[in-house]
Design a protein around this ligand. Structure first.
Ligand SMILES: [Zn+2]
Length: 207
C-alpha cells in the first residue's frame, strides 16, 4: 500500500488515541457522580441548605432554561458551580455533601442564581456578541434580582450574603478574572447602592 493510502487509517488511529486522552483530561477536572450519589447529595442539601434546595427545585419546575443539573466531583475545586450554553449547570457535589469554608445556605443560593443568570445571558445574547465580562455581570445582576425577591418575601439572608461577597470579591487584585472585573464596575454603580439601601431599610443587621 502506498503511504498516502494509509493516511485515512492513520487519522482514524490518531483520533482513537487522542480523543479518549482529551476526554479523560476533562474528566480529571470534573467527573459526574452516579445518579444514586447525586440523589443522596441533593437530599442531604435539603437539610443542610434548605433555601438553596428550594431555589433549585423552584427553578427546575418553573424555569425552562435549566436543562440539566449535573453533580460532579471537581478535581481542581475551582468553585462550587458553572453554567454552560447548552443549559446545563454543574455543581460540585462536595459543596452539597458537607459544608465548605465560606459557603453557607445563603451563599449557595446566590451561587445557584448566579449560574441561572448565566443561562439567561446565553439565551438572550447571540454567541458572537458574548463577552466573559458581560456574562459575569449578567449573572451577578440576576442573582441580585432573584435574592431581592426572596428578601421581599421575608428572607434577607441571600441578598445580604450576595452583597457582602460581591463587595469583598470586587476588592481582589485578580483582574484576569472576569468575575472580579465585572464586580469592580458593579459595586460603583447606582443599582448596587440601591440594593444596599433596600437592605439598610428592610433587613435586620447581619450577625
Ligand atoms: Zn459566573
Amino acid at each position: 500500500m502506498k503511504p498516502l493510502r494509509l493516511l485515512p487509517y492513520l487519522l482514524v488511529l490518531v483520533f482513537c488515541v487522542v480523543a479518549p486522552v482529551a476526554a479523560s483530561a476533562q474528566l480529571a477536572q470534573a467527573v459526574p457522580v452516579d445518579s444514586a450519589t447525586a440523589r443522596a447529595a441533593l437530599l442531604a442539601s435539603a437539610k443542610q441548605y434548605p433555601t438553596f434546595y428550594r431555589a433549585v427545585r423552584e427553578v427546575q419546575q418553573q424555569d425552562t432554561l435549566l436543562k440539566r443539573l449535573v453533580l460532579v466531583r471537581n478535581g481542581r475545586n475551582d468553585g462550587p458551580a458553572a453554567a454552560f450554553p447548552n443549559g446545563a449547570v454543574r455543581l460540585d457535589v462536595r459543596y452539597l455533601q458537607s459544608p465548605q469554608p465560606g459557603f453557607d445556605d445563603n451563599r449557595m443560593v446566590v451561587v445557584f442564581y448566579h449560574e441561572i443568570g448565566h443561562l439567561h445571558y446565553f439565551r438572550t445574547m447571540p454567541q458572537a456578541q458574548r463577552t466573559p465580562d458581560a456574562s459575569e455581570r449578567a449573572a451577578f445582576d440576576y442573582s441580585l434580582q432573584a435574592t431581592r425577591r426572596l428578601a421581599e418575601a421575608g428572607d434577607c439572608g441571600p441578598l445580604q450574603a450576595g452583597l457582602h461577597f460581591m463587595l469583598l470579591r470586587s476588592q481582589s487584585n485578580d483582574v484576569a478574572d472576569p468575575h472580579v472585573r465585572a464586580l469592580k464596575n458593579l459595586v460603583q454603580e447606582p443599582a448596587y447602592a440601591e440594593y444596599r439601601r433596600y437592605v439598610a431599610r428592610h433587613c435586620p443587621a447581619r450577625p
